[in-house]
Design a protein around this ligand. Structure first.
Ligand code: GLP
Length: 252
């Protein structure tokens, strides 16, 4: 079941998503959070840090596992997802850094790293809430459009469209890593709850295709239609096509 929540702007969407995550953590102190990077969840992390400052939530016993990491980047590289997570959340709240997990982008043995991450994922005993953004081509994590849905962690080759989209964070397009480790679609689908964030006009078309078009590995996010509990927090711009075609499905 997918619930689509309308927000006027990305700040509001981030705030609503943060409240949802905080509620889960407040109910279950040692919750397992499945975390995502990219610009989509930034406002959510900002609000979670603010809520922590206000004493409204504590991450002391929380464990987290991230979706993905670029292959070839050290965890201290400012574009690595490990760095992103420290900068946007881990350094700002009371989470124990030892309880936060990301793939090791420097592991040269891809097969080893994928199996290690799968074992780690299994050892956490289930993700309570998985946060997701959506790529312009419908990818979730780094699960790019494909002929089949991936089950576990894999080393993926990024598509040209993703490299181009992500080049805005690097000095030039040639600096963008061409591969990444990503948790599989099967692992994402195991989460008890999924939060999907989308902002801006560029996401409007793919969001509509993912949530209302055919379920197909060509649009990886479309698999979320088979998930038990999905909440979409999106701003007006990202919702523009959905509001035009299926406004009755949007919760205001
Ligand atoms: C990246 C990440 C995804 C993210 C997506 C969208 O490639 N691997 O996890 O959801 O792109 O990014 P953004 O939120 O910046 O639009």
């Amino acid at each position: 079941m997918i619930k689509i929540y309308y927000s006027k702007n990305k700040e509001e969407a981030g705030m609503k998503a943060a409240r949802c995550v905080a509620e889960i953590v407040n109910r279950k102190k040692n919750a397992v959070l499945g975390l995502a990077t990219g610009s989509s969840p930034e406002d959510m992390y900002l609000e979670l840090a603010a809520m922590y400052q206000r004493g409204e939530v504590s991450f002391r016993d929380v464990r987290s596992i991230n979706l993905d990491e670029y292959i070839g980047l050290d965890k201290n590289h400012d574009q690595s997802y490990a760095y992103f997570m420290r900068h946007h959340l881990f350094d700002k709240v009371d989470i124990d850094i030892k309880n936060t997990y990301l793939p090791n982008g420097l592991e040269a043995d891809y097969e080893y790293e994928c199996r290690r991450y799968d074992e780690l994922f299994n050892s956490l005993g289930g993700v309570d809430v998985q946060v997701l953004g959506i790529g312009l081509n419908g990818h979730i994590g780094f699960n790019e459009p494909s002929d089949s849905f991936t089950v576990g962690t894999s080393a993926v080759r990024l598509t040209d469209s993703t490299i181009k989209a992500n080049s805005r964070f690097f000095e030039s397009e040639t600096d963008v890593p061409t591969m990444a480790f990503s948790m599989g679609i099967g692992q994402i689908m195991e989460a008890k709850k999924i939060i999907l964030l989308a902002n801006g006009e560029a996401k409007a078309e793919i969001l509509e295709r993912a949530l209302f078009g055919p379920v197909t590995p060509k649009v990886p996010a479309s698999i979320l239609r088979f998930a038990k509990d999905v909440e979409v927090y999106a701003d007006e711009k990202a919702l523009s096509v959905i509001l035009e075609k299926h406004s009755e499905n949007v919760i205001r």
